[in-house]
Design a protein around this ligand. Structure first.
Ligand code: ADP
Ligand code: UDP
Length: 236
């Protein structure tokens, strides 16, 4: 399958037409950004690692009953996906408080939450992805009631499925971000699930194995992503 016209180039992926009207090609690039695109670097092999990581997780989620946009791996750094109308919304679930929630609420970093918590953010880099609630989503018609419900229910299900996947491999799924979109009457999980969009800690040492290595300048970013992949059974 050949890439058609480029429809969009984001911070880490580019989106192309495919030779099917209802499918797109996602190209996972090596670009790695932090702080709403203020810092961008090329990390060798990251596009390939994330493409394969994402495919592995999306296929696992499909088997566990989550409808995803994943169709097939096309190459080392390209995947064929269902063409979705994306909701301009990020869905975040947290099991441990770290990152923006600590700054926002003044809570201690690293504290276990007594139950997973859920947050919506508006996808808007210029506004630094502000936190929004269900009323904002419905009032501005960013998504309807049904979609809001599906996004919440599916994100919590993904948390259960993937917390187990990582726990079985000696890791903690700390938090993560998902994006959803619509194709006709159906809502699918879109975008990606990779260590770029989640936090994963070693369960024993709490060593960071995700994009916080890049944000905090810890080094070994792609090596950590590969380590996580190997531990959950994916040989890249
Ligand atoms: P960003 O847009 O935040 O810079 P990326 O670099 O990851 O992020 O760009 C990928 C873009 O593709 C995102 O805007 C995402 O919403 C969009 N996207 C992901 N999956 C699909 C899909 N199945 N159909 C249409 N658009 C998608
Ligand atoms: N996240 C993401 N994209 C965003 C914002 C957050 O993938 O635009 C992920 C992030 O990697 C983390 C989770 O969502 O796993 C929660 O992020 P947080 O709100 O703590 O923001 P951050 O500290 O990354 O600014």
């Amino acid at each position: 399958m050949q890439r058609g016209e480029q429809l969009y180039s984001g911070k880490a992926k580019s989106v192309y037409e495919s030779d099917q009207d209802d499918a797109l090609i996602l190209h996972f690039r090596n670009d790695t950004s932090a702080f709403d695109g203020e810092r961008i670097e090329q990390l060798d092999r990251k596009g390939m690692v994330n493409n394969k990581f994402n495919a592995y997780v999306m296929e696992h989620l499909e088997r566990e009953g989550i409808p995803t946009h994943f169709l097939e791996l096309l190459s080392d750094d390209e995947t064929l996906v269902r063409r979705l109308d994306m909701f301009p919304i990020e869905c975040v679930v947290r099991n441990i408080a770290t990152g923006s929630i600590c700054k926002r609420l003044g809570v201690e970093d690293g504290v276990d939450l007594s139950q997973p918590t859920f947050e919506f953010f508006l996808k808007n880099d210029e506004l630094h992805d502000p936190m929004i609630n269900e009323y904002h989503i419905k009032s501005f018609n960013w998504a309807d009631d049904e979609a809001v419900e599906v996004m919440k229910v599916q994100t919590f299900k993904v948390n259960d499925i993937l917390s187990k996947l990582f726990a079985d491999a000696g890791m903690i799924l700390v938090d993560f971000k998902l994006e959803f979109g619509r194709q006709g009457a159906n809502i699918f999980l879109g975008d990606e699930f990779t260590p770029d969009g989640c936090r994963i800690w070693d369960a024993e040492t709490r060593e960071k194995l995700d994009k916080d290595r890049f944000r905090k300048g810890l080094g070994g970013v792609v090596e950590a992503y590969e380590q996580v992949a190997q531990r959950i059974g994916l040989d890249i």
